[in-house]
Design a protein around this ligand. Structure first.
Ligand code: FE2
Length: 245
């Protein structure tokens, strides 16, 4: 089974993985996957007892955790983890059971193809310090975006699922016009991907809302959903999906 949820921000929003919230975890094995749509935040501080504690708490869960990066990651620390190939894409194993999905990869997870592309622009830069709480790598390089195009080309521009942190610009504009989410190269790139790619479902974190934009695009935060042949079902419904913010 594949489950998808939104940001966890280190330990701040990790409670959704507790047994009382995510009850069916008791039946899961390492061949079940939980994908976090960015702002993982547990590769944050070097030699931090806090990060170590929560990484081992998560590592001991019965499933395999997969995550894409958001904007709130320590990219200096993250780049120290070795890269390897895994299920058709590029990953970094943080622990045996916690795996970072690198930008632009297409994975085949038990017959489900997943395009993963992390990153987002911080919209609270005035409160952040470069190299301490914000990194330039929060937005992708041209090379990472090109890697994504190349891998999608190899997949025939068809996948089952897309997981990103931020949204295509046209959706972000419609939902958050009144908020300070700026236009950037990544949102433009996702507009391009959204147009060219044949996909079933697209999940984005970042906005801390659970919104059904349409029958293909979902913003996800505290909810945990389980993919099935018809789409998905909600497993841990903290908030109802809505069309409003
Ligand atoms: Fe976040």
């Amino acid at each position: 089974m594949i489950y998808i949820t939104g940001d966890i921000h280190g330990s701040e929003d990790i409670h959704k993985f507790s047994v009382s919230c995510f009850q069916e975890q008791k039946q899961l094995t390492r061949s079940d996957y939980v994908i976090i749509c960015g702002d993982f935040g547990l590769v944050w501080e070097r030699n931090s007892p806090h990060d170590r504690y929560w990484l081992s708490w998560l590592d001991e869960k019965p499933w395999t955790t997969l995550w894409i990066d958001g904007n709130h990651e320590n990219f200096d620390l993250l780049k120290e983890y070795p890269y390897e190939e895994w299920k058709g894409g590029r990953v970094q194993k943080i622990t045996d059971n916690i795996i970072h999905l690198c930008r632009g990869s297409v994975f085949d997870i038990d017959g489900t193809s997943i395009f993963a592309f992390g990153g987002a622009e911080s919209h609270d830069k005035q409160y952040r310090k470069l190299g301490r709480s914000m990194w330039e790598e929060e937005l992708p390089s041209e090379e990472e975006m090109e890697t994504g195009r190349r891998n999608l080309e190899a997949a025939g521009w068809k996948v089952d699922i897309v997981v990103t942190h931020s949204l295509p610009l046209h959706i972000q504009n419609q939902l958050f016009r009144h908020l300070d989410y700026g236009k950037n190269a990544l949102n433009d790139y996702f507009d391009e991907i959204d147009q060219r790619l044949d996909f079933r479902l697209w999940f984005s974190g970042h906005y801390h809302k659970s919104i059904e934009f349409d029958k293909k695009h979902y913003l996800i935060y505290d909810n945990i959903v389980r993919l099935n042949e018809n789409g998905f079902e909600r497993i841990y419904p903290l908030s109802e999906y809505s069309r409003d913010i």
